[in-house]
Design a protein around this ligand. Structure first.
Ligand code: ADP
Ligand code: MG
Length: 338
């Protein structure tokens, strides 16, 4: 009998890997925005058409890439962000797997333009379904623009599986909000079908929250802050009036990375006991800073889950911080009433 095992061609391997990284247009938005952040952009534009199904474009003014790097960036496991195994335990960037661009280019038509400050000419690369179509020198502004067209054009099953435009748009806006909240010092704009959805100038966190959720949040924000040897906590929690019955305005960031964490959410919820009408969920945007060696962000490819090595201690610190912040507001109210 003949041997039967063979290595898959790169394009097929990339397409299979893409299944994990690129689930829907919002996954592309997340990866591109995070790449722009890692490239030290100060201004980022997100342009989408048809809920991202026909176009997702991110334009940044970051460091750009050399011609060779521009081509390399589409290879699987190609990254500028980590070099050694040790680096994996002290990750300071949003990305590190070197999978996103390879995965996106496997399941879409991608046009990249990029230029570093030191280069006179930039590079344009067009890739469709992992296949390089053109690579050329062009005039373009400093930074990087990546346009992702017709997502899943070559994976009909996936394309058909996409939800309605309002649902996919909602997912995109969720991702946009998470990145925009985590980096208030970066200016963001978002356009959908040529209509401006957000225009967020750079500023402080409170300004960013108001820019995203509206002016009526201005009066409702309570600052919270704590510093212990294990953990720094800062951010805003909402006065009980900002609580809603629907989820979606609860944000935890660990070292600037958005995470979901039921246990820590519970720590915050317990502080609002008796203050909220039934089934209401409080608003919060809380940043936790912790030494990278105390967490493992390598648990899930889309990285919204995280493991802490001492969850109970973090729960207790967070709960005490939120309780104190809420308490100071309650005391003031009591005082005013008297
Ligand atoms: P990762 O972000 O995990 O490194 P990606 O596939 O997302 O992997 O990107 C591959 C590489 O391409 C990055 O490590 C970075 O060097 C480069 N890159 C991607 N996007 C940009 C960008 N907007 N500006 C500059 N460089 C970028
Ligand atoms: Mg990346």
């Amino acid at each position: 009998m003949q041997d039967v095992i063979r290595l898959l061609p790169d394009s097929l391997a990339n397409q299979i890997a893409a299944g994990e990284v690129v689930q829907r247009p919002a996954s592309v938005v997340k990866e591109l925005l995070e790449n722009s952040i890692d490239a030290q952009a100060t201004q980022i534009q997100l342009i989408i058409k048809d809920a991202g199904k026909t176009l997702i474009q991110v334009i940044d003014d970051g460091i750009g890439m050399s011609e060779t790097d521009a081509r390399m960036s589409f290879e699987r496991h190609a990254t500028s962000k980590i070099k050694t195994q040790e680096d994996l335990f002290s990750i300071m960037t949003m990305g590190f797997r070197g999978e996103a661009l390879a995965s996106i280019a496997a399941v879409a038509q991608v046009e990249m333009r990029t230029r570093r400050e030191i280069d006179d000419l930039g590079t344009q690369i067009i890739i469709e379904g992992s296949e390089l179509k053109t690579q050329s020198k062009i005039n373009c502004p400093k930074g990087t623009s990546i346009a992702v067209k017709n997502l899943f054009f070559n994976v009909p099953a996936r394309r058909n599986f996409l939800k309605s435009n309002p649902v996919e748009t909602k997912h995109i806006i969720d991702e946009f909000q998470r990145v925009a909240l985590a980096f208030p010092e970066v200016a963001f704009r978002m356009y959908h079908n040529e209509e401006e959805i957000y225009n967020l100038s750079k500023g402080k966190l409170a300004q960013r929250i108001i820019g995203i959720f509206g002016k009526n949040y201005r009066e409702g924000l309570i600052p919270c802050q704590e510093e212990t040897p294990l953990l720094k906590v800062k951010g805003y929690i909402g006065k009980p009036e900002l609580a809603k019955k629907t989820r979606g305005e609860q944000f935890f960031f660990v070292n600037n990375r958005f995470i979901k964490h039921a246990y820590l959410h519970h720590a915050v919820l317990t502080c609002y006991q008796d203050l909220l009408p039934k089934e209401h969920i409080p608003f919060y945007v809380i940043f936790l800073e912790i030494e990278p060696q105390h967490i493992d962000i390598n648990v899930h490819p889309t990285k919204t889950e995280i493991k802490f090595d001492d969850e109970k201690a973090i729960y207790a610190i967070l709960q005490a911080t939120v309780r104190k912040a809420l308490g100071s507001v309650q005391n003031n109210l009591d005082f005013e009433e008297k």
